[in-house]
Design a protein around this ligand. Structure first.
Ligand SMILES: [Zn+2]
Length: 279
Protein backbone atom coordinates (compact mmCIF):
# COMPACT_ATOMS: atom_id res chain seq x y z
CA UNK A 1 0.00 0.00 0.00
CA UNK A 2 2.83 2.34 0.93
CA UNK A 3 4.56 1.66 -2.38
CA UNK A 4 1.30 2.34 -4.22
CA UNK A 5 0.91 5.68 -2.45
CA UNK A 6 4.47 6.68 -3.31
CA UNK A 7 3.98 5.59 -6.93
CA UNK A 8 0.75 7.57 -7.18
CA UNK A 9 2.42 10.58 -5.68
CA UNK A 10 5.22 10.27 -8.22
CA UNK A 11 2.67 9.98 -11.04
CA UNK A 12 0.86 13.05 -9.74
CA UNK A 13 4.09 15.02 -9.43
CA UNK A 14 5.19 14.09 -12.92
CA UNK A 15 1.88 15.35 -14.33
CA UNK A 16 2.41 18.62 -12.51
CA UNK A 17 6.00 18.91 -13.68
CA UNK A 18 5.08 18.31 -17.32
CA UNK A 19 2.30 20.85 -17.22
CA UNK A 20 2.38 23.04 -14.14
CA UNK A 21 -0.53 25.26 -15.16
CA UNK A 22 -2.79 22.43 -16.28
CA UNK A 23 -5.64 21.71 -13.91
CA UNK A 24 -5.18 18.23 -12.57
CA UNK A 25 -7.19 15.85 -14.67
CA UNK A 26 -8.92 13.58 -12.20
CA UNK A 27 -10.02 11.07 -14.81
CA UNK A 28 -6.43 10.70 -15.91
CA UNK A 29 -5.37 10.18 -12.32
CA UNK A 30 -8.03 7.56 -11.77
CA UNK A 31 -6.86 5.80 -14.90
CA UNK A 32 -3.29 5.80 -13.65
CA UNK A 33 -4.40 4.57 -10.26
CA UNK A 34 -6.31 1.71 -11.91
CA UNK A 35 -3.27 0.71 -13.94
CA UNK A 36 -0.98 0.83 -10.95
CA UNK A 37 -3.32 -1.09 -8.70
CA UNK A 38 -1.32 -4.15 -7.81
CA UNK A 39 -3.22 -7.38 -8.28
CA UNK A 40 -2.02 -9.31 -5.27
CA UNK A 41 -1.53 -13.00 -5.94
CA UNK A 42 -4.32 -15.05 -4.40
CA UNK A 43 -3.13 -17.42 -1.71
CA UNK A 44 -3.70 -21.07 -2.53
CA UNK A 45 -5.98 -21.44 0.48
CA UNK A 46 -8.16 -18.50 -0.66
CA UNK A 47 -8.26 -19.95 -4.17
CA UNK A 48 -9.44 -23.31 -2.81
CA UNK A 49 -12.11 -21.75 -0.55
CA UNK A 50 -13.39 -19.55 -3.37
CA UNK A 51 -13.53 -22.51 -5.77
CA UNK A 52 -15.40 -24.57 -3.19
CA UNK A 53 -18.00 -21.80 -2.64
CA UNK A 54 -18.52 -21.32 -6.38
CA UNK A 55 -18.79 -25.11 -6.82
CA UNK A 56 -21.43 -25.24 -4.06
CA UNK A 57 -23.48 -22.63 -5.92
CA UNK A 58 -23.19 -24.57 -9.16
CA UNK A 59 -24.11 -27.84 -7.46
CA UNK A 60 -27.32 -26.19 -6.31
CA UNK A 61 -28.30 -26.01 -9.98
CA UNK A 62 -27.40 -29.62 -10.85
CA UNK A 63 -26.78 -32.34 -8.23
CA UNK A 64 -24.19 -35.10 -8.50
CA UNK A 65 -25.27 -38.40 -10.06
CA UNK A 66 -26.15 -40.87 -7.31
CA UNK A 67 -23.74 -43.62 -8.36
CA UNK A 68 -20.72 -43.94 -6.03
CA UNK A 69 -18.95 -46.43 -8.34
CA UNK A 70 -19.15 -44.02 -11.26
CA UNK A 71 -18.02 -41.05 -9.15
CA UNK A 72 -15.08 -43.04 -7.75
CA UNK A 73 -14.05 -44.09 -11.25
CA UNK A 74 -14.11 -40.52 -12.60
CA UNK A 75 -12.21 -39.30 -9.52
CA UNK A 76 -9.50 -41.91 -9.99
CA UNK A 77 -8.93 -40.90 -13.61
CA UNK A 78 -9.03 -37.20 -12.72
CA UNK A 79 -6.62 -37.46 -9.79
CA UNK A 80 -4.24 -39.59 -11.87
CA UNK A 81 -4.09 -36.87 -14.55
CA UNK A 82 -3.82 -34.08 -11.96
CA UNK A 83 -0.77 -35.82 -10.51
CA UNK A 84 0.95 -35.14 -13.84
CA UNK A 85 0.54 -31.36 -13.51
CA UNK A 86 2.53 -28.68 -11.69
CA UNK A 87 -0.19 -28.53 -9.02
CA UNK A 88 -0.56 -32.12 -7.81
CA UNK A 89 -1.15 -30.99 -4.22
CA UNK A 90 -4.50 -29.24 -4.76
CA UNK A 91 -7.49 -31.02 -3.18
CA UNK A 92 -8.66 -32.29 -6.58
CA UNK A 93 -12.32 -33.40 -6.71
CA UNK A 94 -14.17 -34.69 -9.75
CA UNK A 95 -17.89 -35.13 -10.11
CA UNK A 96 -20.50 -36.20 -12.65
CA UNK A 97 -23.57 -33.95 -12.59
CA UNK A 98 -27.03 -35.38 -13.01
CA UNK A 99 -28.12 -33.52 -16.10
CA UNK A 100 -28.63 -34.50 -19.70
CA UNK A 101 -27.02 -31.33 -21.00
CA UNK A 102 -23.54 -31.73 -22.43
CA UNK A 103 -20.95 -29.72 -20.51
CA UNK A 104 -17.84 -29.73 -18.34
CA UNK A 105 -16.27 -27.04 -16.19
CA UNK A 106 -13.90 -26.44 -13.30
CA UNK A 107 -13.81 -23.95 -10.44
CA UNK A 108 -10.57 -22.66 -8.87
CA UNK A 109 -8.69 -24.88 -6.47
CA UNK A 110 -9.38 -28.18 -8.25
CA UNK A 111 -13.15 -28.77 -8.43
CA UNK A 112 -13.93 -30.36 -11.79
CA UNK A 113 -17.34 -31.38 -13.09
CA UNK A 114 -18.69 -32.99 -16.19
CA UNK A 115 -22.30 -33.79 -16.97
CA UNK A 116 -23.85 -37.21 -17.40
CA UNK A 117 -24.98 -36.01 -20.84
CA UNK A 118 -21.37 -35.53 -21.84
CA UNK A 119 -20.12 -38.77 -20.30
CA UNK A 120 -22.72 -40.84 -22.17
CA UNK A 121 -21.52 -39.41 -25.47
CA UNK A 122 -17.97 -40.67 -24.89
CA UNK A 123 -16.62 -43.94 -26.25
CA UNK A 124 -13.57 -44.70 -24.12
CA UNK A 125 -11.45 -43.63 -21.17
CA UNK A 126 -9.02 -41.66 -23.37
CA UNK A 127 -11.92 -39.36 -24.31
CA UNK A 128 -12.86 -38.95 -20.64
CA UNK A 129 -9.19 -38.29 -19.82
CA UNK A 130 -9.03 -35.68 -22.58
CA UNK A 131 -12.03 -33.76 -21.23
CA UNK A 132 -10.85 -33.97 -17.60
CA UNK A 133 -7.35 -32.87 -18.69
CA UNK A 134 -8.86 -29.83 -20.46
CA UNK A 135 -10.65 -28.83 -17.24
CA UNK A 136 -7.60 -29.57 -15.09
CA UNK A 137 -5.62 -27.23 -17.36
CA UNK A 138 -8.06 -24.38 -16.61
CA UNK A 139 -7.43 -24.91 -12.88
CA UNK A 140 -3.67 -25.22 -13.18
CA UNK A 141 -3.48 -22.08 -15.30
CA UNK A 142 -5.99 -20.25 -13.01
CA UNK A 143 -8.15 -19.18 -15.97
CA UNK A 144 -11.42 -18.87 -14.02
CA UNK A 145 -9.72 -17.31 -11.01
CA UNK A 146 -8.12 -14.60 -13.14
CA UNK A 147 -11.40 -13.91 -14.96
CA UNK A 148 -13.30 -13.68 -11.66
CA UNK A 149 -10.81 -11.28 -10.18
CA UNK A 150 -10.85 -9.05 -13.24
CA UNK A 151 -14.64 -8.97 -13.27
CA UNK A 152 -15.35 -8.58 -9.58
CA UNK A 153 -12.49 -6.39 -8.52
CA UNK A 154 -12.63 -3.71 -11.20
CA UNK A 155 -13.51 -0.55 -9.32
CA UNK A 156 -13.33 -2.16 -5.93
CA UNK A 157 -11.25 -0.55 -3.24
CA UNK A 158 -9.65 -3.67 -1.92
CA UNK A 159 -8.64 -7.02 -3.29
CA UNK A 160 -11.31 -8.93 -1.40
CA UNK A 161 -10.38 -12.53 -1.78
CA UNK A 162 -10.99 -14.28 1.48
CA UNK A 163 -14.29 -15.19 3.06
CA UNK A 164 -13.99 -12.54 5.77
CA UNK A 165 -13.50 -9.64 3.33
CA UNK A 166 -16.48 -7.40 2.50
CA UNK A 167 -16.29 -7.90 -1.29
CA UNK A 168 -16.14 -11.69 -1.09
CA UNK A 169 -19.81 -12.37 -1.84
CA UNK A 170 -19.48 -10.29 -4.99
CA UNK A 171 -16.51 -12.36 -6.04
CA UNK A 172 -18.39 -15.64 -5.52
CA UNK A 173 -21.35 -14.42 -7.55
CA UNK A 174 -19.02 -13.17 -10.30
CA UNK A 175 -17.39 -16.59 -10.20
CA UNK A 176 -20.71 -18.36 -10.56
CA UNK A 177 -21.69 -16.08 -13.44
CA UNK A 178 -18.60 -17.06 -15.42
CA UNK A 179 -20.11 -20.48 -15.96
CA UNK A 180 -23.11 -18.93 -17.68
CA UNK A 181 -20.94 -16.60 -19.76
CA UNK A 182 -17.84 -18.66 -20.46
CA UNK A 183 -14.12 -18.02 -20.31
CA UNK A 184 -11.95 -16.20 -22.75
CA UNK A 185 -11.63 -18.00 -26.12
CA UNK A 186 -7.85 -18.01 -25.87
CA UNK A 187 -8.09 -19.73 -22.48
CA UNK A 188 -10.23 -22.44 -24.09
CA UNK A 189 -7.75 -23.02 -26.90
CA UNK A 190 -4.87 -23.08 -24.40
CA UNK A 191 -6.72 -25.64 -22.25
CA UNK A 192 -7.26 -27.81 -25.35
CA UNK A 193 -3.54 -27.79 -26.15
CA UNK A 194 -2.49 -28.39 -22.55
CA UNK A 195 -5.22 -31.00 -22.06
CA UNK A 196 -3.83 -33.10 -24.90
CA UNK A 197 -0.35 -32.93 -23.38
CA UNK A 198 -1.58 -33.89 -19.90
CA UNK A 199 -3.71 -36.82 -21.10
CA UNK A 200 -0.74 -38.09 -23.12
CA UNK A 201 1.60 -37.65 -20.15
CA UNK A 202 -0.84 -39.66 -18.04
CA UNK A 203 -0.51 -42.52 -20.55
CA UNK A 204 -3.60 -42.12 -22.76
CA UNK A 205 -4.01 -41.93 -26.50
CA UNK A 206 -3.52 -38.21 -27.27
CA UNK A 207 -6.52 -38.09 -29.59
CA UNK A 208 -9.15 -38.50 -26.86
CA UNK A 209 -9.93 -34.80 -26.59
CA UNK A 210 -9.96 -34.21 -30.37
CA UNK A 211 -12.36 -37.18 -30.64
CA UNK A 212 -14.75 -35.51 -28.17
CA UNK A 213 -14.52 -32.23 -30.09
CA UNK A 214 -15.43 -34.20 -33.21
CA UNK A 215 -18.48 -35.63 -31.43
CA UNK A 216 -19.51 -32.16 -30.22
CA UNK A 217 -19.24 -30.68 -33.67
CA UNK A 218 -21.54 -33.41 -34.99
CA UNK A 219 -24.36 -32.52 -32.55
CA UNK A 220 -27.05 -30.28 -33.98
CA UNK A 221 -26.42 -26.84 -32.41
CA UNK A 222 -30.20 -26.46 -32.04
CA UNK A 223 -30.25 -29.43 -29.66
CA UNK A 224 -31.11 -28.05 -26.16
CA UNK A 225 -28.52 -30.38 -24.62
CA UNK A 226 -25.65 -28.39 -26.10
CA UNK A 227 -27.00 -24.84 -25.97
CA UNK A 228 -25.10 -23.79 -22.80
CA UNK A 229 -21.93 -25.57 -23.87
CA UNK A 230 -21.98 -23.88 -27.28
CA UNK A 231 -22.82 -20.51 -25.76
CA UNK A 232 -19.89 -20.68 -23.35
CA UNK A 233 -17.26 -22.25 -25.63
CA UNK A 234 -15.77 -21.36 -28.98
CA UNK A 235 -17.01 -23.31 -31.99
CA UNK A 236 -16.06 -27.01 -31.68
CA UNK A 237 -14.86 -27.25 -35.27
CA UNK A 238 -12.55 -24.30 -34.74
CA UNK A 239 -11.23 -25.87 -31.53
CA UNK A 240 -10.67 -29.15 -33.34
CA UNK A 241 -8.83 -27.41 -36.15
CA UNK A 242 -6.57 -25.45 -33.80
CA UNK A 243 -5.76 -28.36 -31.50
CA UNK A 244 -5.08 -30.67 -34.48
CA UNK A 245 -2.71 -28.08 -35.95
CA UNK A 246 -0.85 -27.79 -32.67
CA UNK A 247 -0.53 -31.59 -32.45
CA UNK A 248 0.71 -32.15 -35.96
CA UNK A 249 3.75 -34.42 -35.99
CA UNK A 250 4.35 -34.04 -32.26
CA UNK A 251 2.26 -36.92 -30.95
CA UNK A 252 2.95 -39.64 -33.50
CA UNK A 253 4.94 -41.79 -31.09
CA UNK A 254 2.07 -41.79 -28.57
CA UNK A 255 -0.82 -42.82 -30.80
CA UNK A 256 -0.55 -46.40 -29.63
CA UNK A 257 -1.09 -45.48 -25.99
CA UNK A 258 -4.27 -47.08 -24.63
CA UNK A 259 -7.81 -45.76 -25.07
CA UNK A 260 -9.11 -48.18 -22.41
CA UNK A 261 -12.42 -48.95 -24.11
CA UNK A 262 -13.37 -52.12 -22.21
CA UNK A 263 -13.15 -50.67 -18.68
CA UNK A 264 -14.99 -47.51 -19.74
CA UNK A 265 -17.83 -49.43 -21.41
CA UNK A 266 -18.25 -51.76 -18.46
CA UNK A 267 -18.50 -48.84 -15.97
CA UNK A 268 -21.01 -47.03 -18.19
CA UNK A 269 -23.05 -50.21 -18.68
CA UNK A 270 -23.30 -50.80 -14.91
CA UNK A 271 -24.17 -47.15 -14.42
CA UNK A 272 -27.02 -47.24 -16.94
CA UNK A 273 -28.36 -50.39 -15.28
CA UNK A 274 -28.70 -48.77 -11.85
CA UNK A 275 -29.36 -45.14 -12.85
CA UNK A 276 -32.21 -43.25 -11.20
CA UNK A 277 -32.44 -39.48 -11.67
CA UNK A 278 -31.73 -37.51 -8.49
CA UNK A 279 -34.53 -35.04 -9.21
ZN1 LIG B 1 -12.82 -25.05 -21.16
Amino acid sequence: MKTLKITLLTALLSLMVVSPVMAINLDKLREIKEKLKPLQPTSEQDEITLGKDVAANLLGAAPLVNDPALQTYVNKIGVWIALHTDRPGLPWRFGVLDTGSVNAFATPGGYVFLTRGMLLRMRDEAELAGVLAHEISHVVEKHALTTMRKGALAGMASDALSRNQPGYAKLVSAGTEIFARGLDKEDEYAADRMGVVLATRAGYDPYGLPAVLQTLSSINPKDDAVSLMFKTHPDSEKRLELVSNSMEGRFDEYVNQPKVEARFSSIIKSHIAIYKPVK
